[in-house]
Every structure is written in C-alpha cells, then in structure tokens.
Design a protein around this ligand. Structure first.
Ligand code: IMP
Length: 181
C-alpha cells in the first residue's frame, strides 16, 4: 500500500485509480440514464472537483454543458464555516437542469449555500454529484448528494483533486490520513 507524508502527517492509499474509475463509471451511468432526454449544465466547484469532473463528463453520454464556480470554506484540516464566492458563476442557470459537481461533501455547508444561490438564480432542477460523501459529518439535510462515488467516515483525505492547504491535488489515488508524526 502506498503512503505519502505531508506537513507531518502520514497518509495511506485508500482508493486506487482503478477503484476510482469504477466509482466514476457508476455515477456517469446513473446520470446518463436520469438525464437521457435533458441537457444538464454541470456546475463544477473549483478547485477540488476539477479532476472528478473531467473524468465524469467524459463518461456521461448525454448532451451537456459545463461551467465553473469557486468557493472557499476550508483552510488546513478544519472548516471556517464561512462560504466565500471567489469565482462567480459565468453562465445563466435560469430554467436549466443543474448538476453540481463536488469533490467531497462534508458538513454540506458549501452545497447548502450553492443550492440556495442556484435556486434564487432560477435553476429548473438542482442535483449534486460528488466523488466522496462523509454522511456522519452532514449538518444540512438538503445537501445530501444525489450521486455518490464513495462514502467515507470522518477522516481527512487528499488526492484526486482533494488538497491539503493547496497541495496534493495531483495524486492519482485518494489517500486517508493515518497518523501525525
Ligand atoms: P462542506 O462545505 O463542509 O461540505 O465542505 C466541502 C469542501 O470542504 C470540499 O469541497 C473540500 O474542498 C473541503 N473538504 C472537506 N473534507 C475534506 C477532506 O477530507 N479533504 C480535503 N478537503 C476536504
């Protein structure tokens, strides 16, 4: 099993690239089937979701569009509980079937606030696709994702787009924090 060290923490490989690919394929199949007669707009939450979104979109066979939004609520391994819009939405969502694409849903604050925002902008429907979901941490019931790659307990994870203070997004697998050195 591969391990990696970052900022005094040891992380060990938890989902291999092949396991991630299977999860992505399963989410993509569900979306392709649910949106077969629609033209969804993927709203990708930067920065973390760009890796998952790139893989997911290429497996979805529905006619679709993609746009990006950037918010920030985390620093290090703890949430600040505050959502900041850093890159605003560039695309009109009024009347659109929106699929928010996230790397991980933790407390659900990001999704909760994004959904309220997209509703106010007139989205016709809003669903959430996430690579990872931490059900035990969820604080906002409306943020429960509709499409989930993999569930995880409360551990901190990095890789496949997920960062630790901006680094480690480039890892091809997902690593779980193991111990503090
Ligand atoms: P939420 O708003 O509490 O659901 O947090 C969502 C955001 O927190 C994600 O998009 C990530 O950027 C970040 N996050 C939550 N848990 C982790 C983790 O285990 N590793 C890296 N980032 C995380």
């Amino acid at each position: 099993m591969r391990t990696i060290e970052e900022q005094g923490h040891v992380f060990e490989e938890w989902l291999t690239p092949a396991e991630i690919a299977r999860d992505v394929e399963s989410v993509a199949q569900q979306i392709s089937s649910d949106y077969a007669d629609k033209e969804p707009l993927f709203v990708v939450v930067l920065n973390g979701a760009f890796v998952f979104a790139a893989d997911l979109m290429r497996r979805v066979n529905t006619r679709c569009e993609v746009t990006f939004i950037r918010v920030s609520s985390y620093w290090g391994m703890a949430t600040t509980g505050k959502l900041e819009f850093i890159v605003p939405l560039q695309q009109v969502v009024e009347g659109r079937d929106v699929i928010i694409v996230e790397d991980i849903v933790d407390t659900g604050l990001t999704i909760h606030q994004l959904k309220a925002y997209l509703r106010a902008e007139g989205a016709h429907s809003i669903r959430v696709a996430t690579m990872l979901f931490k059900p035990c941490k969820l604080e906002y019931s409306d943020a429960k994702p509709d499409y989930i790659g993999h569930e995880i307990s409360e551990e901190f994870v990095i890789g496949y787009g997920l960062d630790f203070d901006g680094f480690m997004r480039n890892l091809d697998a997902i690593y779980k924090v193991k111990e503090q050195k």
